[in-house]
Design a protein around this ligand. Structure first.
Ligand code: NAP
Length: 530
């Protein structure tokens, strides 16, 4: 497929601005063709006006038509074949095997949402029938369900070009709910974004849904993102990236005359707690899983286990020795873009030079100069040092992690109590350990979105029960997940109809349950007619 370096606005290409930017090959730094035009304020306005005027037709379309759209998007992604993977590999440096797996995840999640809206119960229909004869006051007939919010602005993430990018969960669940989408493609992989945007456009054309339901804009500066968030037609924003970026967009949304929600997923240090029983039984095995998780995808996961805490004992010493050896045996890996690489290298040196921190393992071969290749590193320190040096508790996005040797359990609990919001925390232990350290589990429940037992947090299952979120600063709203089918709740809101005639409410709330969905009728779940 020929890349054109243009925006896709409601089915048409656009390129008003003369200013352009180019992606760079992650592995070599070489500039990649074609140049991409920066979106202008006029193009932002056109994309969002088209989204706004498509909204009623999209939300009014039968769920079957939107499910068909999603299936066609999945088919289009698959049909792009190796060309899509090769461009993504060139732009991001992610290995082809990883990208192949990520495409599988992206396609499966599109189909998962198609299934969700075909089944239909996600609208959470609730019906409380009226009781005109009730004393002392009659009970009104009250019915409620979830409806879509309107145009959603999506910021594609740099680290998942296929599964959290132009057709990632954010775009897919917004379209599934009936919300038009305007995506700002990540500037580090505009070619991949253009290919995925074309897949959505082709699928939209085939279903006859309004083409304004989807636009893709390119830009390599903060102005575009700010303009998208401030535009009056935007109803919500989904973002995956840095705390600084997510917070800036959140503040911009809050400063609007009509503040709108920003669902920003900004990462965390994902602490891992090693309990004594587990260390005694399988220190080496845990070390293997840990180093694998730290270095997976060059550590560029928001779920990377950045901090590990264990109690001083022979088991912890075996763990340290094994983790150090394994980390030293890893090879340097290419990072996503020069900015991420620079931040990682600077942060890594700062940790390595901190007094009280020891490097226990680091990739043997030094990374060649002038590329985005980074060495992995595992450090060790003690509780007093990490308490005294707050920068050690910050996320360092990349293949590195710090092991904290605690003298007593109370130090682990104190660390947990002082934690900022996290996406995950993991515990390695026996069932008896869990019982003995129940206090730690109770503290962690208040701090994180997902607790993992005897596993590592990388590798997020895309399913109905998944919660990928957590208290600030992991995200800007702890109620919502950005992965799994529950993520659709970010782009909908409840509306309640009181006293309406049956024919005037949406089909999901009528007496006859034509779609055979699960509904809460007079406080009982049922699929029967009313
Ligand atoms: P980023 O710098 O947060 O950028 C993500 C997107 O947000 C880009 O499109 C960027 O546009 C835009 N943006 C950033 N700051 C903005 C602002 N103040 N106003 C408007 N738009 C803004 O993320 P990144 O490039 O992917 O990587 C940088 C860092 O983000 C990493 O080092 C890592 O710490 C973190 N990260 C976290 C995750 C995660 O899963 N939570 C994933 C990837 C990266 P422009 O570049 O055009 O400004």
């Amino acid at each position: 497929m020929e890349l054109r370096g243009k925006h896709l606005i409601a089915g048409r290409t656009a390129a008003e601005a003369s200013t352009t930017f180019q992606a760079a090959a992650a592995a070599t730094g070489e500039a990649l063709e074609p140049p991409y035009h920066e979106a202008t304020p006029g193009e932002v306005d056109r994309a969002l006006r088209a989204a706004e005027s498509s909204f009623d037709a999209l939300r009014g379309s039968p769920p079957e038509v939107r499910a068909d759209l999603l299936d066609r998007i999945a088919d289009q992604i698959v049909a792009q074949g190796d060309v899509l993977l090769e461009r993504a590999h060139l732009e991001t440096g992610l290995p082809l095997a990883r990208l192949t797996a990520e495409r599988g995840r992206a396609v499966n999640q599109v189909r998962l949402f198609a299934g969700l809206i075909r089944e239909g119960s996600w609208v959470e229909a609730r019906i409380d029938r009226g009781q005109p004869e009730r004393q002392p006051l009659p009970k009104p007939d009250v019915r409620r369900m979830l409806i879509p919010l309107g145009p959603i602005v999506v910021f594609g993430a740099s680290n998942f070009p296929l599964a959290i990018g132009v057709v990632g969960t954010d775009t897919v669940c917004a379209l599934a709910a009936g919300c038009p989408v305007v995506v700002k493609g990540h500037p580090a992989h505009p070619g991949t974004s253009e290919m995925l945007g074309t897949a959505v456009h082709t699928a939209l054309e085939a279903t006859g849904l309004p083409l304004g339901s989807f636009s893709l804009l390119h830009g390599a500066g903060h102005d575009l993102g700010q303009a998208l968030v401030r535009h009056p037609a935007t109803r919500a924003v989904a973002f995956t990236g840095s705390l600084r970026g997510g917070r800036a967009l959140y503040d911009a949304a809050a400063a609007r005359p009509d503040p709108i929600p920003v669902y920003a997923e900004m990462g965390s240090t994902n602490p891992v707690f090693l309990l004594p029983g587990a260390l005694e039984q399988r220190a080496e095995q845990i070390a293997e899983g840990y180093v694998g998780s730290v270095t997976l995808g060059a550590g560029q996961f928001c779920t990377n286990p950045g901090i590990v805490l264990g109690l001083e004992a022979p088991g912890l010493r075996r763990f340290l020795e094994a983790a150090g050896k394994l980390a030293s045996a890893t090879s340097p890996a290419t990072m996503l873009h020069a900015g991420i690489h620079r931040t990682f290298e600077t942060g890594l040196e700062r940790v390595a030079e901190t007094s009280g921190v020891r490097t226990i393992g680091r990739s043997a071969a030094g990374p060649p100069a002038g590329t985005c290749r980074a060495a992995s590193a595992v450090f060790a320190t003690d509780f007093q040092t990490i308490e005294a040096q707050p920068h050690l508790k910050e996320e360092l996005f990349g293949p590195s992690s710090i092991i904290v040797q605690c003298r007593e359990l109370s130090e682990m609990v104190r660390y947990a109590e002082a934690l900022e919001g996290q996406l995950t925390a993991s515990l390695h232990g026996t069932e008896e350990d869990l019982h003995t350290h129940e206090r730690l589990v109770r503290v962690l429940e208040r701090k994180v979105g997902r607790l993992v037992f005897n596993g590592f947090p990388t590798g997020i299952e895309v399913c109905a029960a998944m919660h990928h979120g957590g208290p600030y600063p992991a995200t800007t709203d702890p109620h919502f997940t950005s992965i799994g089918t529950a993520s659709i709740h970010r782009f909908v809101r409840p509306v309640c109809y009181q006293g309406f005639p049956d024919a005037a409410v949406p089909p999901e709330l009528r007496n006859r349950n034509a779609r055979h969905i699960w509904r809460l009728v007079d406080e009982q779940f049922t699929r029967e007619d009313v």
